[in-house]
Design a protein around this ligand. Structure first.
Ligand code: HXC
Length: 257
């Protein structure tokens, strides 16, 4: 299918989703949300696809929620319509999504990147939660995910002042996994996604689910969850194959069974 505000292509087992509203620096309007929900649903359901990359342009991953679309909304509109809850589809995606961020990732753009499983940053990336300058607050998880990612001091300063963090500071504080030159960002993200897509699909789901559990559980409960999922993988053909392949010094042939 084609989308009004996204470019979606497959590169082998990798789905590359590019936010494409350049005239508004990829500001997240309701059409982008509808397109993202559809594209991520299709990706998650396609057994030929093992990892996704979500990216924007070299100038902006996304400059936030669409201010022009939001400015006239009332409390009844946003509360009654549960504004932004549609983004729960991003975190409900069971297969991995890598955010490849170049340029501005502000407000909802920073929050969308943080909903992904990890962020690869271009050297020109800039992250921020400037909502306070608009008289509001983050509304797509920023106050929670940024705080978990970088700690209270930086998250509080960024939310209260709206200042941006560059790629170096973002890597130093644990918001992004790595920095790559902007010209290599998408290729590097697709390469990383191809590595992930080459792993056993059940193990990929299990690894993602258990790392995410670390943000929802106490340590003892989280470790117990990890152990049970680990135990469960001994019921899969991929565990038998993966360990046999290692001992026979050959590449594994995953079946997802
Ligand atoms: C709607 C936006 C937009 C946004 C940029 N544009 N960001 N439109 N919503 N969030 C539009 C501009 O209006 C402009 O349109 C075009 O994109 C290009 O932007 P410029 O400002 O001309 O570009 P530049 O001078 O390079 O500045 C880039 C920028 C700036 C620093 C990123 O655009 C900016 O500050 N944007 C707003 C960032 C922000 O506050 N984000 C948080 C949004 S609130 P025209 O038609 O004039 O060419 C949010 C809330 C989440 O995300 C939940 C809480 C409610």
């Amino acid at each position: 299918p084609t989308y009004e505000t996204l470019l979606v292509e497959t590169r082998g087992p990798v789905t590359l989703i590019t936010l494409n509203r350049p005239q508004a620096l990829n500001a997240l309007n309701s059409q982008i949300l509808a397109d993202l929900i559809a594209a991520l649903g299709a990706y998650d359901a396609d057994p030929g696809q093992g990892c996704a990359v979500l990216t924007g342009s070299e100038k902006a991953f996304a400059a936030g929620a669409d201010i022009k679309e939001m400015m006239t909304l009332s409390f009844a509109d946003v509360f009654g319509g549960d504004f932004f809850s549609g983004y729960d589809r991003v975190t409900a995606t069971r297969k991995p999504i890598i955010a490849a961020v170049a340029g501005y990732a502000l407000g909802g753009g920073c929050e969308l990147a943080m909903m992904c499983d990890f962020i690869l940053a271009a050297d020109n990336a800039k992250f921020g939660q400037p909502e306070i300058k608009l008289g509001v607050t983050p509304g797509m998880g920023g106050s929670q995910r940024l705080t978990r990612a970088v700690g209270k001091a930086k998250a509080m300063e960024m939310c209260l002042t709206g200042r941006m963090m560059d790629a170096v500071e973002a890597e130093r504080s644990g918001l992004v996994s790595r920095i790559v030159p902007v010209s290599e960002l998408v290729d590097e993200a697709v390469k990383t996604a191809t590595t992930i897509a080459g792993m056993g699909p059940l193990a990929v789901l299990a690894n993602k689910e258990m790392v995410n559990a670390a943000f929802e559980t106490g340590l003892k409960q989280g470790i117990s969850f990890e152990r049970r999922l680990f135990h469960g993988l001994f019921g899969t053909a991929d565990q038998t194959e993966g360990m046999a392949a290692f001992s026979e010094k050959r590449p594994a042939k995953w079946t997802g069974a």
